[in-house]
Design a protein around this ligand. Structure first.
Ligand SMILES: COc1ccc(C(=O)Nc2ccccc2)cc1NC(=O)CCSCc1cnc2[nH]ccc2c1
Length: 272
């Protein structure tokens, strides 16, 4: 894909394929670059909506961050271009689709599978934090599975992904919000550590830990960290989640220690 460095892409450089998802700011299509036959995902945003929402500067900042992120567990943005009506993001295509679809099909993952995804996400977050990028909206809907079955953080910006995303994203689900965010306190890297704990639980159980019949209940469960671990959850897994889902952000297990936790070492050995 050497010619990705090409400066001026236009729509005519691509054959457009099937839609991959519909978003708030635009839709995503499978596409193939004509010359290299390289398959990508082309995200189309409507300038009208971007301008109306006066987030043009956000989009610029977002794109500038995006193009800098290079990590096997983060979906690539190869480039972008625009015409008079639309902005196009040339994104990596993850052929095994959204993680939450696999999770729904399987119900819940076994500890080895869950640990591998938790390890992959931890590696991506360590990388993001090293570049001062925080608060990736971590939930299974925003994670894709790459061509070698590796996890990819794919959500950036406001891309409310495909309508089939499981939860009503009206106000956005509370499930993944940390206590400090719920209380509108300033959030920092530690929110990603909390979300990692929520993510780990959801992979192992099939439901998020603070799932409840309404958001008031969820709010209460998060605030007081009311969690029930099913008896099939191993002690090591419980130990790790217990160190991530901690009210006080400073006391959460640092991401570097997550990679060295016995549950990860035992279930997601290096190099797998
Ligand atoms: C790096 O990724 C992104 C970068 C930027 C934006 C974005 O929209 N930014 C924005 C929007 C408006 C205002 C400000 C900023 C979105 C994404 N990512 C997605 O939209 C989800 C995967 S779409 C691709 C893709 C790949 N591989 C698949 N396999 C199956 C489906 C599928 C779908």
């Amino acid at each position: 894909v050497k010619n990705v460095k090409k400066k001026h892409w236009t729509l005519s450089d691509f054959d457009i394929g099937r839609p991959l998802g519909k978003g708030k700011f635009g839709n995503v299509y499978l596409a193939r670059e004509k010359e290299s036959k390289y398959v990508v995902a082309l995200k189309v945003l409507f300038k009208s909506q971007i301008l109306d929402s006066d987030i043009e500067h956000q989009v610029r900042r977002e794109v500038e961050i995006q193009c800098r992120l290079r990590h096997p567990n983060i979906l690539r943005m190869y480039g972008y271009f625009h015409d008079d009506k639309r902005i196009y993001f040339i994104l990596e295509y993850a052929k095994h689709g959204a993680l939450y679809k696999t999770l729904k099909q399987m119900g819940r993952f076994d500890e080895k599978t869950a640990a591998i995804y938790v390890r992959d996400l931890t590696r991506a977050l360590i990388y993001c934090h090293s570049l001062k990028v925080i608060h990736r909206d971590i939930k299974p809907e925003n994670l894709l599975i790459g061509n070698d079955w590796e996890l990819k953080i794919a959500d950036f910006g406001w891309s409310v992904y495909s309508p089939s995303s499981r939860r009503m994203t009206l106000c956005g689900t509370l499930d993944y919000l940390s206590p400090e965010m719920l209380e509108g306190k300033p959030h920092n890297y530690a929110v990603d550590i909390w979300s990692l704990g929520v993510f780990c639980y959801e992979l192992l159980v099939g439901l998020p830990p603070f799932d409840a019949k309404n958001s008031q209940q969820t709010y209460k469960k998060i605030k007081y960290v009311i969690i029930k671990y099913p008896d099939y959850i191993s002690d090591k897994a419980k130990d790790l989640m217990g160190k991530l889902l901690v009210i006080n952000p400073e006391q959460r297990l640092p991401l570097s220690c997550v990679l060295k936790h016995p549950w990860i070492i035992e279930n997601a050995p290096e190099g797998v």
